[in-house]
Design a protein around this ligand. Structure first.
Ligand code: P6P
Length: 312
């Protein structure tokens, strides 16, 4: 506990247990799933911070399902989440961005968990921000995934602090990892995206491939003196957008008409988060079938403050 704190801090565990029942109508499995997620994030945070010492720098020769070279940290982080969930009966299905296929576990469970174990692993090689993204869906009869059947979503940002954002249908909360106790403690509750920001976030290296509508949009923002902020890690760029407002976009381009961001692991979780926090989202990916054929599909994504999205 912080010696200087005047008041008792609320841990993530306490936060989950408070008012759990009305929200999830389950006996404990929900909190257990979220506890496993937080424990995985704590473990990964420790290794991200010691990547050069724990021999996790560098890449394997294998490619993941999205065709990206797998960093050693990708493999490690994927094994951390895999060990936590593939040996449990808590989930109907477990999908990881680093796994080729979906792992089906317990037909009597109604939970589907999607994980991006390390978003921005390239950045972590040089100690720049990275993150883990989680999204818990309720199984539906038509086997579809959409923001409508998301129970909760969030991320863990590994940056100058280790920050856990949790958003469910009725609550949102930001936690900071306290290195002294190893607990995530509540830092902010009921987050609300600012209606307007000062930054736009896009990789402008592709500007010549952008469609005219996107080029026009970016010029409009520049004329209004917006600043460009782009980390190159989705979790970091979205964390800034959530706290300070503004807009992030990764559009289709003339040479990349499938997009870069993954629907299941990035677009649906962040669509849920941004909408719940009072922001706005534009994407062609609102629903996707839970199947090995579609689980790694990509799409376009734009999200942020209402004001900036309404300029589009
Ligand atoms: P680009 C990281 O590899 C990632 O998947 C997201 O975290 C990030 O927003 C995007 O790719 C960056 O892509 O093409 O700008 O390097």
């Amino acid at each position: 506990m912080f010696a200087t704190q005047q008041h008792k801090l609320t841990s993530f565990n306490e936060f989950l247990l408070l008012n759990q029942e009305p929200l999830t109508k389950t006996k404990g499995n929900y909190s257990l799933i979220l506890n496993y997620i937080q424990d995985c994030c704590k473990t990964i945070s420790g290794y991200v911070r010691n990547i050069g010492l724990a021999d996790l720098l560098g890449y394997n020769t294998s490619l993941n399902a999205s065709g990206d070279l797998m960093a050693k940290l990708d493999v490690f982080a994927n094994s951390v989440f895999g060990k936590a969930f593939k040996n449990s009966k808590l989930l109907y299905a477990f999908a990881s961005e680093e796994d080729e296929t979906i792992t089906y576990l317990n037909k009597d469970s109604s939970y589907i968990l999607s994980i991006d174990p390390i978003d921005g692993s390239k950045q972590s090689q040089i100690h720049l921000p990275s993150g883990s993204i989680f999204c818990l869906y309720k199984k539906t009869k038509d086997n579809q995934l959409s923001t409508g059947n998301i129970v909760c979503a969030g991320y863990c940002l590994y940056s100058s602090a280790t920050v856990l954002l949790y958003v469910d249908k009725v609550r949102s909360a930001l936690f900071l990892l306290d290195s002294a106790t190893g607990n995530f403690f509540l830092a902010k509750e009921n987050l609300k995206l600012p209606d307007k920001g000062t930054d736009y976030s896009v990789n402008e290296a592709y500007i010549n491939d952008f469609y005219d509508k996107d080029k026009t949009y970016l010029n409009k923002l520049k004329q209004q003196k917006y600043s460009l902020r782009y980390v190159g890690t989705l979790v970091a760029d979205m964390h800034r957008t959530i706290l300070q407002g503004g807009v992030f976009l990764y559009p289709f381009t003339k040479t990349n008409q499938t997009g870069k961001l993954r629907v299941v692991f990035e677009i649906l979780p962040f669509s849920f988060i941004i909408n719940k926090l009072g922001g706005k989202v534009k994407t062609s990916a609102t629903k996707i079938k839970l199947s090995n054929k579609t689980v790694h599909n990509k799409a376009d994504f734009m999200a942020g403050s209402i004001k900036e999205l309404n300029y589009y």
